[in-house]
Design a protein around this ligand. Structure first.
Ligand code: DON
Length: 570
């Protein structure tokens, strides 16, 4: 094995010398970082990144590359995303000097209702929102890709779909994350004869690494969508198969649900941060608001003077995260159904109070987290980022939620249906798959979008050029991973690779704990955090940041070294 340097990188900040816990560098860095002058793509899949580059090399524009990569990642990471799911896109158009946010998130079926996951005694039935037909929300990905391409695309629709059809037909070698996901969800996958055929050997075993995974029915479905556009999914054979499969398994989604699905254009949330403008995803994602809150709550503390990963910086960052997640439980939901005080939550006066609240030397138990006064106002996912030579950027996070979503595939289509309904609160105070505390703004309602944490984000410099784009999978952890990558970059001035590879923490509203991923902080740091009253838990966060940044006039792409993605450019 080639030598790998296990890093405790030493970064010297103003007054203190701080040792940074970070992932091993060396070989990892070589495989996960790329530098190129014109265009750059980072994604969680090798074929996905290659497809975006191929489209750009063929003179397609950045939206063509986005659509191609979205379809390819659906095939390459069927455990994480797919046309049976949905997602978000933040797109910065240099020519217009404008950031767009597109919401092709799944919606609850028309027959969904508030108490659909409670038993007669009112107890939550988590299994129903996490597995099987009732967990499936109406997919939005195909509608989103089709509408966005119609508005901005340059190449023909069928041409941008070609790489995905090719990959589904010819297959790709099984890689470790997919193998692990097959193991993890095998109890569900084995119940579906068609998924059994794709993801297991003839003897019913999990295939070896490197064995070819082909998805012939998916190839046929994609060909139909290439021919008929969104109608190839929301009407006709595919739509009938989705609804019949769901009905057979006692779900409630109907053809009317599919036919009436609509993508929504939203206004990105934005703030000024260290001289740059950050544009990120608004509700129904909670991610954008909370990333901006965390950055702005911490800004007055000038944490760079303590150094990254110093006890003071970790302590304050954890308290800022806790504050943001309290708001998530209280104020966030689908803005088409409940009023979300977005402007108030990121207003300077509100964030000033929040900054003052975290001015504490010790941990704050969740029951003591005070409410701030809001100004009155009327009121297993994947991510990829692409930058082109004209200063445009896309950041898109897409998902079917848990690994292999509901575990159901629509018969004869190869489509794995999401379990996005679990992102709703089954009732106030319950927690979902990611431990997010459910508030009453996020209860199930017909045609409502479940609250998300997905946070595609773009940073624009004062000259109007997009200079950084990023995002990640991993449920509620996404918010904190994106916030810390931005802090590492702009507060602590780390180069992009170090900003992504550095150890990250996660604190949500409940439980009262700081979760720390490996490699952990030095013992002395963790000891001092415990003395401040923090409970420390060592557990991976599951984030896989896919980031691009302009450094010294070149694009630097970093695909999180914790995953098996690819950064590549030309
Ligand atoms: O929208 C959300 O926040 C979740 N459905 C995302 C799920 C996810 O990131 C799973 N990834 N590992």
């Amino acid at each position: 094995m080639k030598s790998i340097v296990f890093a405790l990188l030493t970064l010297v900040s103003c007054a203190h010398e701080v040792r940074i816990a970070a992932l091993p560098i060396g070989e990892l860095r070589k495989d996960h970082e790329a530098v190129a002058p014109q265009v750059m793509v980072t994604s969680q899949g090798k074929a996905t990144s290659a497809s975006a580059l191929e489209i750009l090399a063929r003179e397609g524009n950045i939206i063509d590359a986005f659509v191609a990569a979205s379809f390819v990642v659906s095939v390459e990471r069927p455990q994480s995303t797919g046309i049976g799911g949905g997602g978000f896109l933040v797109f910065y158009s240099k020519k217009e000097n404008k950031a767009y946010a597109f919401d092709f998130r799944e919606v609850a079926p028309i027959l969904a209702y508030k108490k659909m996951y409670l038993d007669k005694e009112g107890r939550p039935q988590t299994i129903l929102s996490q597995e099987g037909a009732l967990s499936v929300a109406v997919p939005g990905l195909v509608a989103g890709l089709y509408e966005i391409h119609k508005k901005f695309g340059k190449l023909k629709w069928e041409d941008v779909m070609a790489p995905a059809i090719d990959l589904a037909e010819n297959g790709f070698p099984l890689y470790p994350h997919l193998k692990e996901a097959i193991h993890e969800r095998s109890h569900l996958l084995r119940l579906d004869p068609e998924l059994l055929k794709i993801f297991f050997t003839d003897k019913g075993e999990v295939p070896h690494l490197g064995q070819t995974i082909k998805q012939p029915q998916m190839a046929e479905t994609l060909k139909l969508i290439a021919l008929k556009g969104r109608d190839g999914f929301y009407k006709g054979r595919v739509a009938n198969s989705i609804t019949q499969t769901i009905r057979r398994h006692k779900g409630v989604m109907s053809l009317r649900d599919l036919r009436s699905y609509e993508m929504k254009e939203r206004t990105p949330v934005k703030t000024m941060y260290k001289g740059n403008k950050i544009f990120t995803m608004p509700p129904p994602s909670s991610g954008g608001i909370h990333v901006l809150q965390i950055l702005k709550i911490l800004e007055p503390y000038k944490l760079s003077k303590y150094g990254p990963q110093s006890v003071e910086a970790i302590h304050k960052t954890a308290l800022a995260m806790q504050r943001a997640f309290k708001d998530r439980a209280e104020y966030l939901g689908d803005p088409d159904f409940v009023s979300v005080p977005t402007a108030g939550l990121i207003s300077p006066e509100y964030l000033k109070q929040m900054s003052e609240f975290i001015n504490s030397d010790s941990a704050i138990p969740s029951q003591d987290v005070k409410k701030a006064n809001l100004p009155y106002e009327s009121s297993e996912t994947t991510h990829f980022t692409i930058a082109d030579s004209e200063g445009n950027m896309v950041a898109s996070t897409q998902t079917i939620n848990g690994w292999f979503g509901s575990g159901l595939s629509a018969k004869g289509t190869g489509i794995i249906l999401n379990n996005e309904m679990d992102d709703f609160a089954q009732k106030e105070g319950t927690q979902n798959l990611f431990g997010a505390l459910g508030g009453n703004k996020n209860l199930v309602e017909a045609k409502k979008r479940p609250l998300s944490s997905m946070t595609p984000t773009i940073v624009v410099a004062p000259n109007g050029e997009a200079v950084m784009g990023l995002g990640s999978p991993s449920g509620t952890r996404i918010i904190n991973c994106v916030a810390q990558t931005l802090l590492n970059t702009y507060e602590y001035q780390m180069p992009l690779y170090e900003a992504v590879a550095a150890t990250r923490i996660h604190h949500q509203f409940v439980p009262d704990e700081i979760r720390i991923e490996s490699p952990y902080f030095p013992e002395s740091v963790e000891k001092e955090l415990k003395e401040k009253g923090h409970t420390i838990v060592h557990k991976e966060l599951g984030c896989s940041i896919q980031a691009i940044k302009k450094e010294n006039g070149q694009w630097v792409g970093v695909s999180d070294p914790r995953g098996a993605g690819l950064a590549e450019g030309f």
